[in-house]
Design a protein around this ligand. Structure first.
Ligand SMILES: [Fe+2]
Length: 498
């Protein structure tokens, strides 16, 4: 293995007894470029070409009081596949907040579980006092990787192949952009939303394939809300207003306390992709909160939306958790929240909603073949969480046409990432390709990149490649085909092939 250490950072993390600062969450403070990676199992397929990018909450400096795993600084890990070879890089997202904290030599912004008054500088996004860590999500649009933060931030760009910092998009709106921007590979458009504490509380926007902001409209809500994800179809964008939001009375006193209102419906805004606020159709559904959608598409008069319904969006404190971490542990446990694959149908003719549970297992963090995003699709891939912990150790593949499913689990001590689908070059069938994941292997103290052949799902990983260090467990990931990166418009330029 050829490993070039690009930079080592001087961090100040003191893990103590914090459950999310050790083991598979141990922050990594080095950036490397690695080639000639040893293949542990199988062989690197020659029939995929592109990059797997995963964002990670990877804190550099110690929190003031109590760290929440969503506070960590963004770090992108990249595995690039081409001609049966793979190489790896990782870089911190060079956010304004991180650069300021590096210069200062310590923390400047309070975290999610800390008193906002501790922040020494104004923060970003909906909350207002948090650091825009750009650590939640990553997509590739117009030939560049774009990292985003779930509480809304400016968005940061990187070259998807070299991870070179490309700065902030010049179209970044005042209220920022939330995590879970959506890319339509057919049109090259990026759809995004943001949310804030001031009316109209939400906006929706479209950036075209040439990286121009071509649409930006308010989605008026009854008050500050906490939407996390959006969906789209060929003709519509779907935004949401769930009855889980900051307590308005406490918010007026500067306290951010989330409450669930089971007496209120879930509401969905269906708007033409370039539509105006007067064209929004609102649909109501059973009260819940949804962190992530799987996909949406149009069928006759209906819009079909698949995602993970939470049976218990406001779980009780986690019994047996280390003191001070009971609530945090509970909100990170999908088994506590009861996240189940669910289908909503919005009838555009009657205005009615119908709902249906698709699976009773606890699943979340779904992925599809992105060529089917917003279009009819057959296969979904969900992640299986380790009970009690915000980490994955398996996947379920669903055939949504037949109702069949297949499940795999990793061996003890091995943890996976969100695993996007990488289509085989020349694939004709929707499931002809691989799920790509990083694996934290605690038995070896190293990480790996692994591929699961979706045509023989239950065989588990068919290729595992050793990486030079143990990364921290992260959140969202994406796959970008090399062809899509090269065709990515103004930002693609002439990029290194790696
Ligand atoms: Fe998310």
């Amino acid at each position: 293995m050829q490993v070039d250490v690009v930079r080592r950072y001087r961090g100040s993390i003191e893990p103590g007894d914090h459950p999310y600062l050790q083991g598979p969450w141990t922050p990594l403070h080095e950036e490397v470029n690695a080639t000639e990676l040893p293949v542990i199992e199988g062989r690197v397929p020659e029939d995929i070409e592109g990059v797997y990018l995963r964002n990670t909450q990877n804190p550099l400096h110690q929190s003031f009081q109590r760290y929440h795993p969503f506070d960590g600084d963004g770090m992108v890990h990249m595995a690039a596949f081409r001609n049966g070879k793979v190489h790896y890089r990782n870089r911190f997202v060079r956010t304004k907040g991180l650069l300021a904290e590096i210069a200062h030599g310590g923390r400047l912004w309070a975290g999610l579980m800390e008193d906002p008054a501790l922040s020494r500088r104004p923060g970003w996004g909906a909350h207002g006092a948090l650091k825009d860590a750009s650590s939640t999500d990553v997509v590739v649009h117009a030939g560049a990787a774009l990292t985003t933060y779930y509480q809304c931030g400016e968005g940061y760009r990187m070259d998807p192949l070299t991870l070179e910092d490309l700065g902030i998009p010049d179209w970044s709106p005042e209220d920022g952009i939330s995590a879970h921007c959506k890319v339509d590979l057919e049109t090259g458009e990026l759809m995004f939303f943001n949310y804030s504490k001031k009316p109209p509380y939400m906006h929706y926007g479209v950036v075209d394939r040439h990286d121009r902001l071509v649409h930006y409209v308010p989605i008026p809500l009854p008050g500050p809300r906490l939407p996390h994800d959006m969906a789209f179809t060929r003709n519509f964008a779907i935004l949401n207003d769930f009855p889980l939001f900051w307590d308005p009375d406490l918010l007026a006193r500067g306290k951010h306390v989330v409450r669930f209102h089971p007496e209120m419906p879930s509401r969905f805004a269906v708007i033409p992709r370039r539509g105006t606020p007067d064209q929004i159709r609102w649909f109501e559904a059973a009260p819940t909160f949804v962190l992530h959608w799987l996909n949406a598409y149009e069928e006759g008069d209906e819009i079909i939306l698949d995602g993970y319904f939470q049976e218990n969006p406001m779980p009780t404190d986690y019994e047996g958790a280390r003191p001070g971490y009971e609530r945090m542990m509970s909100y990170l446990d999908q088994y506590k929240m009861g996240t189940k694959l669910h289908r909503w149908r919005f009838n555009l003719r009657t205005g009615r909603t119908s709902e249906q549970r698709l699976d009773d297992r606890i699943l979340e963090f779904g992925m599809i073949n992105q060529r089917h995003a917003g279009k009819p699709y057959r296969y979904g891939y969900s992640a299986v969480q380790v009970p009690g912990w915000f980490i994955f150790n398996g996947y379920v593949k669903h055939d949504l046409q037949t109702g069949e499913s297949w499940e795999i689990r990793l061996p003890e001590g091995q943890f996976a990432s969100e695993a996007p689908f990488a289509p085989r070059i020349g694939a004709r069938e929707e499931d002809d390709g691989y799920l790509v994941t990083f694996i934290i292997n605690q038995t070896t103290g190293r990480s790996e990149v692994a591929l699961i052949d979706c045509k023989r799902f239950e065989d588990g990983p068919v290729c595992r490649v050793q990486l030079p260090h143990q990364m921290a467990s992260g959140t969202h990931a994406c796959w970008a085909d090399g062809a899509d990166i090269r065709a990515g418009g103004v930002l693609a330029g002439a990029r290194a092939e790696g």
